[in-house]
Design a binder for this molecule. Structure first.
Ligand code: SAM
Length: 206
């Protein structure tokens, strides 16, 4: 792994994902997590301040990057949550079937190489009635923005750790066998439109 990937990229990702507008998106989904929770693509732990300690009994923090886990250390220590690391990718969640109440994914479906495999794992580990809480950026509805996303995607992925600009978030989740309890979409303010079209909500198996 090169110096860029090891040292600079985790900090750039943390910086981009730590903007106030993105933090506001986190506040719309993460506080709804309850019970035993799995967060996939935990990153540097930017969701931690949004978990309600009194409603989360255990948090499985799945993050394959050692550099991201290191960046999260101080937030984890300050969180007061019963947090347990999992260092495998989201395509191979090492938890038993039907063992968690909620899965949280924020700005991770853009990066996971095999989204179908990861969402199959989400389905597998959720208890009956369990919820997927998500917020992702992805393919924009406007043709001109979408053209730019398609043009930039390959270049962007090389510099942004494999992130894709043009994934169709709602169809991805729906085709994995989920239905939506809540679904919202919008361009984020103060964010370039090619990277700022967000889809967020709550999905259940069914
Ligand atoms: C854009 S960052 C978002 C981090 C965090 N979810 C957030 O909201 O700040 C994407 C994260 O997905 C992680 N990731 C990459 N490949 C993954 C995989 N196969 N399974 C799970 N996470 C993965 C990266 O290491 C990175 O931490």
């Amino acid at each position: 792994m090169g110096l860029y990937q090891r040292y600079l990229l985790p900090r750039l990702v943390q910086c981009a994902c730590g903007s106030p507008v993105v933090d506001r998106q986190r506040s719309k989904v993460v506080p709804q997590a309850q019970g035993e929770v799995l967060e996939i693509g935990f990153g540097s732990g930017l969701n931690l301040p949004h978990y309600r300690r009194e409603q989360v009994t255990k948090l499985w923090a799945l993050e394959p990057s050692a550099e991201m886990r290191a960046l999260a250390a101080a937030r984890v220590a300050a969180s007061g949550l019963d947090l347990h690391w999992l260092d495998l990718p989201g395509e191979a969640v090492p938890l038993p079937d039907q063992s968690v109440d909620c899965v949280v994914m924020t700005y991770t479906l853009c990066t996971i190489p095999d989204t179908a495999a990861a969402l199959a794992q989400v389905k597998r580990v959720l208890r009956p009635g369990g919820r997927l809480l998500f917020c992702e950026h992805g393919a924009a509805p406007d043709a001109e923005v979408r053209r730019w996303q398609d043009r930039l995607d390959g270049w962007w992925g090389r510099f942004a750790g494999g992130c894709h600009l043009n994934r169709e978030i709602e169809p991805l989740i729906r085709s994995a066998g989920f239905r939506f309890d809540e679904l919202q979409r919008a361009y984020l303010p103060k964010t370039p439109r090619f990277a700022g079209y967000n889809t967020w909500g709550i999905a259940r198996v069914g």
